[in-house]
Structures are given as C-alpha cells and as structure tokens.
Design a protein around this ligand. Sequence first.
Ligand code: NAD
Length: 359
Amino acid sequence: DWESRVLKSARARSGAGGQVVLVTGAAGFVGTHVTAALRRRGDGVVGIDNFNDYYDRSLKRSRELLLQRAGVFVVEGDINDAKLLKKLFGLVRFSHVMHLAAQAGVRYAMKNPGSYVNANIAGFVNLLEVCKSANPQPAIIWASSSSVYGLNTKIPFSEKDRTDQPSSLYAATKKAGEEIAHTYNHIYGLSITGLRFFTVYGPWGRPDMAYFFFTKDILKRKTIKIFEGPNHSTVARDFTYIDDIVKGCLAALDTAKKSTGSGGKKKGAAQLRVFNLGNTSPVPVSKLVSILEKLLKVKAKKVVLPMPANGDVLFTHANVSLAQRELGYNPTTDLQTGLKKFVWWYLDYYSPLGKKSAV
Ligand code: NAD
C-alpha cells in the first residue's frame, strides 16, 4: 500500500550517509536524474510529481518507471496540497528537500500566466510552510534559474549582479522564489540553497526545449526557426549538461547546513545561499544546430528570423567561481559530447524497438 511504499523508498541503504530526501518534480527532467543519483549512492529518497501535461506525459511516466526500477516511489500529487505534504512529513523524517517542481519554460507564460504563479510561487510557499513546521526541519535545495539575470548585460553573470529586471513571467516567479527563500530563512531558520541552472540538456530532456525539438524537426525534415538579435546579433546559451548539474545539486545538498528552527520558530542563524550552475562557455544557437546536423547526419532546413518579444533573453553566460569554491562544482562536458549522448538516447527512446525497451 501507499504508506509502506513511501517508507520503503525513504529507507537509506545501511552504511550510506543516512540522508533522506524528498524530491519534488521527481518525474521531471532534472528531477529524474537527481533522484536516480541520490538512490545510486544509497540515500533514502521519495519523489512527488503531479504529472501535469505541460509536455508529453508518457515521457514523465517512462522516467517514473526508470525510478521505480531503481527502488524509488514517486507519489502522484501536487506541492500545493498541504494535507498530502503533511502526511508525507508525518511518515518520514526528511533531512533534505530537493525542490525541482515548477512550471518551466519562458514562452508558455505568455498564454498561461496563472500556472507559473500557482506552481512557482504558491506551490513553493506551501512547501516552505510545511517544511517550517516539520520536525526536524529539512534543509531545502531548490532550482532557481539563470533567467533571473533578465536584462542584465554584464557578462558573465555572477551571483552579485542585478536581478531586478526579469524579462519574462517565468523569470519573475523564480526571482520571487529567491525573495521568499530569504523570508523563510530569516523568520523561521530554514536553511535554503537556490541553484540558478543555465539551460540544462541531456538524455530524458524536455521536449519544449530547442535542442530537443530541433532534433525532432531535423529528423522529420521540417524547417526549423533560428532566432537572431537586433542587427543580426547572435543568440547564445550557456548549455549545461545534466550530469554536471546533478553533481552541483548533490554537492549543494551535501554542504547544506541543518535548519535551525523547530516547531515553526527560529533558534539560530541558518544558511541562505544562491549559486550559478552553468557551463561557463556560451554557444550560439546556430552552432547548436550544426552540431545536431552532424550527429544526425541530416542537413537541417532552416530560416533565420528576428527574435520575437516573448521574454527570451539574447544570451546567458555563467560565472561559476562561487560554486567552484564552495561546492567544488566543475562542469566538464562540452556541448558536442553532451549532445551526442542526448542524440543516442533520443534515437533509442523514439525508435519503435527502443521505445519498447525503454518502457
Ligand atoms: P520539468 O518540467 O521536466 O520538471 C518539473 C516537474 O515538476 C514536472 O515533472 C512537473 O510535472 C512537476 N510539477 C510541476 N508543477 C508541479 C506541482 N504543482 N506539484 C507537483 N509537481 C509539479 O523541468 P526541469 O527542466 O526538470 O526543471 C527542473 C527545475 O529546474 C524547475 O524548477 C525549472 O524551473 C528549473 N530550471 C530548469 C532549467 C532547464 O534548462 N531545464 C533551467 C533553469 C531552471
């Protein structure tokens, strides 16, 4: 039954660190990889995900199956459901929460503003409310985003740079999350670490991201759109490979200090941190396409268009020296190498035979 599955999943392997982690958004792209990595090293880990239909649900179900085979139970539920969260915290003494559930994507926000407020603001607050009253209070590690740098033009982006000009609602909700983290740290002694991910890619990735739908469309011989900035300027991203991100997440978890409150009251100074997790080497989108063409052995049909005003920024570029110093974070995968692994996965997963073996 439900409770025994949760308890079994939460059990750390003996001899391991004994950490017990709740991962929100566990059936998501980053969530699946982080959850699997925690499990591999022996941590107790329980997932939660609402399996929403922002993109192909069957992909989320396949990731869930992968986790199931590794011995992890993903509870189907919403982070806005306080009753469910309290029930989970009543069953398990979580030492950490890895909060990766969110409404992601920049463009989708233009037509669906409510889902960003609901998942990224209301959902985060609901989760923090439950964490603040839990005994023990877990340390929280959560995904912010490089998008908080918004219209900042100083590159590379470092954590001290301004984040007061979000250019999309997505970015604004992530920025709001950082402010909310400050409040819960200050009042309730919760230890909270925000990780600003920079364009994460890799196997089991998100179908709404460019590298993913470019691959699909190139294989289908469909014309792809490449956007350029004003005066034909280059649009570039600091593409960061999933394995590097996972290492950063685990290091953030392992260096997180205990929360210092109890029963909703603060006892001492708790930790509040924010780190860039990027790759430090932005690549133009046109270069991304040429790498994919070579890997797929198909010449892409493409049009170059001016970037529409949809909240996307022109470029991102991380300075990761803070994460390097404090987390030992050191991204090692270049785009060519990482895309090769993505393409292998993609071809395997979406070939009729591959799909059978993956599900
Ligand atoms: P994803 O969409 O694959 O994963 C998010 C998961 O959360 C999904 O499985 C979704 O079903 C779940 N979810 C959404 N709302 C929920 C709710 N209310 N309750 C329970 N579950 C809910 O996205 P991802 O790429 O894995 O991103 C993980 C985190 O990293 C997100 O916070 C995202 O904003 C952040 N991030 C990602 C990137 C990137 O490039 N992938 C970059 C910057 C930040």
